[in-house]
Design a protein around this ligand. Structure first.
Ligand SMILES: C[S@@+](CC[C@H](N)C(=O)[O-])C[C@H]1O[C@@H](n2cnc3c(N)ncnc32)[C@H](O)[C@@H]1O
Length: 226
């Protein structure tokens, strides 16, 4: 089984996600499926494709120190963290409220190797080169100071460490770009400036050397190594 397929099958441990946010991220509720299609032009299969791609660079036998930022409610990451019992995982988010859901999800799923910490990605409370992997799902389109976020995620990563994840990029789908401007920016969920697929590739190659960058509709998936 490929690493992507392993991750997709890990999502089966999630069951049906409840709550508006979780349903939207997983497409497992009717409003969630409507948003996936109406805003993102995605099916549940497309969403699984980008989500599995975002974690693909983390090997199935990963045992090192891993930082996830931002964890949000943990709906996309906890099923994968459950499959890495020997990893030492730290999950960070600015919002205690979002993280409270992630904490209860981890407890319900019996995951004990994850620590939670409130903080700002732009000023990470960790020493230089302290993680073997940094994973960031759907964060960079929300972070207010993206330059600081790129700088900090790079700083805390060990040489040879993996940086991977996904987020919204503009210019892949005009319909989605319009909906993002209409709803997500106005409500403060997303913050400009946004990357394009090309600007992201150029930025990551500049920082990390080689970078694998591709898109599923308007979500860019990236994998690189420091
Ligand atoms: C769209 S959610 C993504 C959460 C999760 N990774 C997911 O894919 O479901 C964006 C998250 O970024 C967090 N966030 C925004 N600005 C942040 C910052 N400066 N530092 C840390 N987290 C931040 C928000 O609190 C929110 O939980």
């Amino acid at each position: 089984m490929s690493r992507k397929d392993e991750i997709k099958s890990a999502y089966k441990s999630l069951g049906n996600a409840h709550g508006f946010y979780d349903g939207m991220m997983t497409g497992t509720t009717l409003p969630g499926r409507m948003i996936l299609k109406g805003v993102w032009r995605m099916t549940r299969k497309d969403a699984l494709e980008y989500q599995a791609g975002a974690f693909e660079a983390i090997p199935a036998d990963f045992k090192g120190k891993l930082l996830e930022v931002p964890v949000g409610t943990g709906v996309l990451s906890m099923p994968v963290w459950k499959t890495l019992p020997e990893a030492e995982i730290t999950c960070l988010d600015y919002s205690e409220k979002m993280m409270a859901s992630a904490r209860s999800r981890a407890a319900e799923m019996g995951i004990s190797n994850v620590a939670f910490r409130q903080g700002d990605v732009g000023a990470l409370p960790f020493a230089d080169e302290s993680f073997d992997a940094v994973v960031s799902l759907n964060g960079f389109h929300a972070f207010p100071d993206k330059e600081a976020a790129y700088r900090e995620t790079y700083r805390v990563l060990k040489p040879g460490g993996i940086f991977c994840g996904c987020f919204y990029v503009k210019g892949c789908n005009a319909h989605t770009d319009k909906r993002i401007r209409q709803f997500y920016i106005k409500r403060g969920f997303f913050t400009e400036p946004f990357e394009t697929l090309e600007s992201l590739r150029t930025r990551l190659e500049g920082l990390y050397g080689e970078a694998k960058v591709y898109n599923v509709q308007s979500i860019a998936v990236f994998q690189c190594r420091k």
